[in-house]
Design a binder for this molecule. Sequence first.
Ligand SMILES: Cc1cc2nc3c(=O)[nH]c(=O)nc-3n(C[C@H](O)[C@H](O)[C@H](O)COP(=O)(O)OP(=O)(O)OC[C@H]3O[C@@H](n4cnc5c(N)ncnc54)[C@H](O)[C@@H]3O)c2cc1C
Length: 375
Amino acid sequence: MAKVAIVGAGPAGCSAGYHLAQSGHDVTLIDQHRFPRDKVCGDGISIESIQALSTMGIYPQNIRTLAAEYAPIHRFFLGVSNQIEHSELTKLEAYCIPRFVFDYLLYTKAIDAGCQVLTQTVNKQDWQDQGLPDAFDMIIDARGVSAGEVTAIAIRAYWMVNRHDVSETALTEAQIHFDRSLGVNGYGWIFPVATQQDLIKFNVGVGVWLDEYKTINTNIIQLFQQFIQSNNIARQLRTKIVSQRSPKVFPLATAKRGNQVVDGKILKIGDAANLTDPLTGEGIANAVLSGFHVAQAINMSRTSDAASENWQYLYESHFEADLRAGLGIRAWRKFSLMNYGLIWLMKRNPRIARQVSHAVAGVVPYHEVFVSLNY
Ligand SMILES: Cc1cc2nc3c(=O)[nH]c(=O)nc-3n(C[C@H](O)[C@H](O)[C@H](O)COP(=O)(O)OP(=O)(O)OC[C@H]3O[C@@H](n4cnc5c(N)ncnc54)[C@H](O)[C@@H]3O)c2cc1C
C-alpha cells in the first residue's frame, strides 16, 4: 500500500483522500486552513455533482440531514439581457449549499474513511524542503486554482432576504443570466443557497473570461454593479436585502487545450488540473470525479511512474471530450448571436430547450447535446 500526501482538502482532495483511504492506502490530507473554511463559489451543487458525490457515499438524503444550510433546486433559468429567457423544470434535484457547509461535509467523510489531516501551507517550491518526496510514495496536488492556470475571474456576494419578500419559485430556481451589459463573455447568477429559515440567503455573482476581461477598461466590482443595475431580477432582489456580506473576488481555473494533469510524479486534480467547465464555471463535479479517477490510477498501478501515466490516460478518456466541447462552444459564442439565437430556438423547440437546460445543469454532457440536435 502506498503512502500518499494530498495537498489541498477541497472537494478534489477530499474525494481522492476518501477513495484512497477506503482502498487501504496511508493518506495524509494537508490544507493551509482549518476546517470548516469558506471558499468563494456560486455554491451550485449541480446534478452532475450530486451524481459524483455518490462515489463518496453522499446521497441527497444525507445532504438534507447533514447540511446546516442548503436549497434544493428544481428549476433552471437561462436568460439573456432581460429580453429573452427560458425556465426548465428538472425531475432530478440539484442543490445549492454554502461551501463553508459543503466542504466540511466532504472533509469529515475523508477523515471517517481514514485520512490523517494536517494544517500546513505547502507551496510547490517548498515541497522538496519540507521533505514530501522522501516521506511519501506519491503526491497529489489538489491546491485548487492557486496551482492551476487562471482563466477566469468571478465575484460573489451573499444577500439575506425575508422569505415573504420572495416568490416560492425563487427558492428552488438556479438562475444564470448571459447579460449583454457585461460587455464581455461571461454570466451573472442568482442562486438561493439557504432556504430553511425565515431569512433566505442568496448567492449573487458574476464571472468573466480573463482574456476578454483584460481588454476592457473596467473591473470585476464594476461589472457586478452593472449586472445588478441592468438585470431586472437582480435589481428587484437588491431592494429586499435586509443584510449582506461584502462581495469577494476569486479566480477560476477553467479547461484549457492540451492539458497535462501530471507534473513529474505529481498528480494534479480538480482546479489544480484546470478541470472547471469552460462555459458555466462549474468545477465541483469534476473535482470530485478527478479524486475518484486518480485513486483508480494509483490502485491499478504498481509504480508511481505507472500511476502518473494512468492518471493522464484516465483524464483524457473521462474528461477531455466534454471539456473540449465546452471550449468549442465558448470560442464560438458571441453574446448577441449565439445566446440570443439559442434561447430563441429553445423557446420554439421544447426538446432543444430541455437538452440545453440539462447540459447547463450538468445532466447531459455538452457533446451529447450536439449529437441530439442533429436528429
Ligand atoms: C466565484 C466562483 C463561483 C463558482 N461557482 C461554482 C458553482 O456554482 N458550482 C461549481 O460546481 N463550481 C463553481 N466554481 C468552481 C469551484 O469553486 C471549483 O471548481 C472547486 O472549488 C474546485 O475544487 P478543488 O478541490 O479543486 O479546489 P478548492 O475547492 O479551491 O480547494 C483547494 C484547497 O487547497 C488549499 N490550498 C491551496 N493552496 C494551498 C497550499 N499552498 N498549501 C496547503 N493547502 C492549500 C485551499 O485552502 C483549499 O482548501 C466557482 C468558482 C468561483 C471562483
